[in-house]
Design a protein around this ligand. Structure first.
Ligand SMILES: *Cc1c(COP(=O)(O)O)cnc(C)c1O
Length: 335
């Protein structure tokens, strides 16, 4: 697997730490829990999009783009990290934020990620829930081109074969760390949304013939749709890398039982998980992704899904800035 031939620019802090969660392990009575700190990747407070953007922004630079366009939900971490990368590279940024929750609270609409989007200098536009966001981005790109700019369009979540390379690389990084630590990793669990993270990990782990079992905890789509999105992107990434043979469909596993009422809508288990990690490990999760991912992992542990002597790694994909978009569900009451 030759990743080095793909253009990459450095935007983050790597390798991210792989740390034990001893308090949570004790509290739940095993398995042995670890956390891979991709919330510490740097780039505007960090998160999983840094790895994807190292490859995507390299392509934008190669195309001599001067403006980056992307889209996401109102509290999109991907949009925030993309506009930060654009700022660092001296490019303009234009983001389209989709109303996926119907929330009208000021903090949801303007605080958290949206505050940081503006701080990084992005032009922010809103779109109604259910809009054709890819089509909307292309329309904006054409307008900008007519004004003499050179836009580069990044799909939602940075999830295409170029962005997914960041997580092929993350799989390599994790396997190297496990070797250094003499740690046998049995399971790797993380929140899965637009699917680039999981697709990249699937490709990286399979290319290395790793025995680590990967599980995505869904935050939006039902299981079948989520798994086929991940598999489709993993196959395209596999082809993009010119790897030999076929990708094993059975290595793509998503559990979508923890979505609750929908994307970005809180669940009691998510609130419990965010509180528990904050109070036992001093770690900040987020309400939309890592909180639901951890809620899923905790529930599966309580159901006895893992043996006590297994090592389970939770990939922390970031997102804690979103806590400031939902302060009321974590107990902040205006005085
Ligand atoms: C985007 C995001 C994810 C999901 O990653 P995908 O590659 O879109 O599946 C998980 N956690 C956080 C915090 C994110 O911002």
């Amino acid at each position: 697997m030759e990743l080095a031939r793909f253009p990459r620019i450095r935007l983050g802090h790597f390798p991210t730490p792989l740390e034990p969660m001893d308090n949570l392990t004790r509290l739940l009575g095993g398995p042995r829990l670890w956390i891979k700190r991709d919330d510490c990747t740097g780039l505007s407070s960090g998160g999983n999009k840094t790895r994807k953007l190292e490859y995507l922004m390299a392509e934008a630079l190669a195309q001599k783009a001067d403006t980056v366009i992307t889209q996401g939900a109102t509290q999109s971490n991907h949009a925030r990290q993309t506009v930060a990368a654009a700022a660092k590279l001296g490019m303009q940024s234009h983001i389209l934020l989709e109303d996926r929750t119907g929330y009208t609270q000021f903090n949801y609409l303007e605080n958290g990620n949206v505050l940081l989007d503006r701080l990084h200098g992005a032009t922010v536009e809103r779109r109604a829930g259910g809009s054709d966001m890819q089509g909307e981005m292309e329309t904006v790109a054409k307008q900008l081109e007519r004004n003499g700019r050179r836009p580069y369009v990044i799909p939602g979540g940075g999830s295409n074969p170029v962005g997914a390379l960041g997580y092929v690389n993350a799989a390599l990084e994790l396997v190297n760390q496990s070797v250094e630590l003499g740690l046998r990793i049995d399971h790797l669990v993380h929140a899965t949304g637009s699917s680039g993270t999981q697709a990249g990990l699937v490709v990286g782990l399979q290319a290395m013939q790793s025995k680590i079992q990967l599980l995505g905890i869904g935050v939006r789509a039902p299981k079948e749709k989520q798994e086929s999105m991940v598999y489709d992107l993993a196959c395209r990434t596999w082809a993009h890398m010119k790897l030999k043979g076929d990708l094993d469909r059975t290595s793509v596993l998503a559990n979508c039982d923890y979505v609750g009422d929908g994307y970005g809508l809180p669940t009691p288990a998510m609130v419990e998980a965010v509180n528990l990690l904050a109070k036992t490990e001093g770690i900040l999760l987020d309400p939309v992704y890592s909180g639901k991912g951890m809620a899923g992992l905790i529930d599966l542990i309580r159901k006895g899904q893992f043996a006590k002597d297994q090592n389970v790694v939770f990939l922390h994909t970031g997102g804690s800035v979103t806590l400031f978009g939902y302060p009321d569900i974590f107990g902040l009451v205006p005085t």
